[in-house]
Write a protein that binds this ligand. Structure first.
Ligand SMILES: Nc1ncnc2c1ncn2[C@@H]1O[C@H](COP(=O)(O)OP(=O)(O)OP(=O)(O)O)[C@@H](O)[C@H]1O
Ligand SMILES: [Mg+2]
Length: 265
């Protein structure tokens, strides 16, 4: 079976000459929850944008469900992208913000309405449909943004530090909701984060990246069957995994291209 997205020998050199991605090989399998973690500037956002086909790679091959990008959408596969900033339209109610991707597809409002309600209920916001963004807390705005991504029922969800601007308590709560949503629905997810605790809590596979040039340094697997709840967060196993990952991250931070070990394992 083809991976959801496969990248083989993918490089990205920007016009400025920055080698944001040295050759990267990555196969994303259905149902995986992958986190990308690594020092600032190591190419996490660039890699996510190559996966989203926002950035074309300079070299290498990318395939979505075994085909080129022109087939995404037309063959029933969908991707959704959640940015760090919730980017809601301030003049539109929550339900209208969430309906936007369906409006763009010219789905009639009467068909879209139950889908919008279901997406908002999935993120625990069924009660604020008629609110405006200014009436929401930071966490609620982010959940609205996630509902807007879920409303198209994506097969692949891409998120770039969605909870980076939130306080730790809200982030932990949203991580719990995110994990439930993704694992219960078997949703394939790629999630960029700076937090190794968040990466361990959420992921079935953590990809550790190194910088200059950006590349995959190593990866860390976590049993997808583990229930992502408070008991997991407080367990010895969780602490152990965080220590392991912290060590790999320290090595990645110190690595240079010439001296790095474990490049693209
Ligand atoms: N549009 C662009 N044009 C030119 N250079 C870019 C562009 N986007 C990113 N870069 C450069 O590519 C490198 C990787 O950037 P990227 O944003 O992918 O890193 P990141 O790992 O997401 O960093 P952070 O953790 O700070 O968000 C950096 O050196 C950055 O300056
Ligand atoms: Mg980034």
């Amino acid at each position: 079976m083809s991976p959801v997205v496969g990248l083989w020998g993918v490089e990205k050199v920007f016009g400025s000459g920055v080698r944001a991605l040295a050759p990267v090989d990555l196969e994303i399998q259905p149902g995986e929850f992958i986190s990308l973690i690594g020092p600032s500037g190591c190419g996490k956002s660039t890699l996510l944008k190559v996966i989203a086909s926002i950035h074309p790679p300079t070299a290498g091959l990318v395939r979505w469900w075994g085909r080129d990008f022109t087939h995404v959408g037309s063959e029933g596969h969908r991707m959704a992208f959640v940015f760090q900033d919730p980017t809601l339209m301030p003049w539109a109610r929550v339900e209208d913000n969430v309906r936007l991707p369906l409006d763009l597809e010219r789905v009639p409002v009467s068909t879209a309405a139950p889908q919008v309600r279901a997406a908002l209920e999935q993120v625990g916001l069924g009660h604020v449909l008629r609110h405006y963004p200014a009436q929401l807390s930071g966490g609620m705005k982010m959940r609205t943004s996630i509902a807007r991504a879920l409303v198209t029922r994506p097969d692949l969800l891409l998120m770039d530090e969605p909870f980076g601007a939130l306080d730790e308590f809200t982030r932990d709560r949203l991580d719990g909701e995110m994990a439930r949503l993704c694992y219960e629905n078997g949703l394939t997810t790629v999630f960029v984060t700076h937090s190794l605790y968040e990466a361990v809590f959420l992921s079935s596979r953590v990809i550790v990246m190194a910088a200059n040039p950006g590349r995959i340094f190593g990866e860390y697997h976590i049993d997808p069957a583990i229930r992502r709840d408070d008991a997991f967060r407080l367990s010895d196993g969780f602490a152990h995994m965080c220590r392991d990952l912290s060590q790999m991250l320290t090595e990645a931070t110190h690595a240079t291209f010439a001296g790095a070990e474990g490049v693209n394992p």
